[in-house]
Design a protein around this ligand. Sequence first.
Ligand code: ADP
Ligand code: MG
Length: 498
Amino acid sequence: MTEPRNLMQGATGDWEVVIGLEVHAQVSSKAKLFSGASATYGAGPNENVSLVDAAFPGMLPVINRYCVEQAVRTGLGLNARINLWSRFDRKNYFYPDLPQGYQISQYKDPIVGEGEIEVELDDGEIIPIGIERLHLEQDAGKSIHDLGPKESHVDLNRSGVALMEIVSKPDMRSSDEAAAYFSKLRTIVRYLGTCDGNMEEGSMRADVNVSVCRAGNYAKFRESGDFSFLGTRTETKNVNSIRYVKQVVEYEARRQIEVLEADGEIDQETRLFNVATGETRTMRSKEDAHDYRYFPDPDLLPLELDPAWVENIRSGLPELPDAKRKRFVADFGLSQYDASVLAADRGKADYFEAVANGRDGKLAANWVTTELFGALNKQGLEIDASPIGAPALGKLIDLIADGTISGRIAKDVFAIMLEEGGDPEKIVADKGLKQVSDTGAIEKAIDEIMAANPKQVAQVKEKPKTLGWFVGQVMKATGGKANPAVVNKILKEKLGIA
Ligand code: ADP
Ligand code: MG
């Protein structure tokens, strides 16, 4: 895994790209991290602000047990070490929309340590990506400068809301890998119910660290752990979509290669992404950890977790997407790709399983991923708003499996179910769509077609491939209801071809 991957060509030779992500995920919780104020999105300005959030004199933070539980749950979902002893530190930095004047975060002793997740790439390859740590911290509020020419406003609703910062190892090696990792993290936290993953609302955003080095140097870094084999990184802040993460990596890698090839240097700096142009630009030169004057927050005790409590959370974890994907491959015979698509979303996975249980898994996967997801996409619907429920789709598949209708007719029935709802069995009965397997009726249709088309009959003996034309004619004559297997068999017999 440390061979040079995804090399980028420069004018002076090949380069490797190295990426590490710091993802901020807002904890799904009713209340904030250290106060009882509501953490829900969409309230009017400053409606969700307690005296603690406003940093009134004498106010003290009190840790929200549920947020801690959510962080532990996420750590377990990332296959990471849970630190039974952790603590909160003050990060001294003037955030204009965080009234305390510092951020309560975790520095040397985060609640979650190293872990690893599996990430699927588009070509089906699965790669491991290391997690460095996960820590809890407060979010800041929002400053608004464009309501009037002479004043600025501040909305503290978000101030004090719990965030999990999930820091990856520098294990990603291309824009696709970074995008796939970000997407996988989102899937995991959604499965766990620890973050809603809603990027438009800012619930999940990534700081994208990118560097480039000469081909071969990454392997030396992996062998030695010595970061000096890697290039200097830039960090592009608050990237809030999977597509943008990809763009940032591509733009930064290209830019850095150009700078280095022109004998320039990369500054370790913080950059901003411009959504309109797809470019990044300097925001500020990067400060080092010691600039923040971290120190343990004297208002909070160290956080000590009871191992039994952690185990209790572990035993309550849902089946996670990787386990589900593997089970779908093993139990239902699905391809890695179909299994990944289905396991990527808990709602979709549950739907599929309800359809597939006791049926042909591959057939079920086909109907769910191709027909149903296609239709839902067209209508902009999520799986839980599907007009066709899993039991009804299951019944439709049963009708195909037992030969009552052909796959062709099933698509018509599906379209009716989508438009008008209803029970597939009843639709088939009402519309007279039952498949004709009765050889007498099929033979009669074939005889008529052969009699009316002597030229084609002569041709098919020379070119057996033209048999499809006859099949089409028979289907037409029977309104698509003839059983295709039976049609093929009888046609071959009558035409005398193998
Ligand atoms: P900071 O808070 O200073 O940004 P962190 O340790 O929180 O530091 O995060 C650093 C992130 O940058 C991690 O995801 C890490 O994997 C990544 N990283 C470190 N060095 C490099 C590098 N040379 N190239 C790309 N990514 C890097
Ligand atoms: Mg950072």
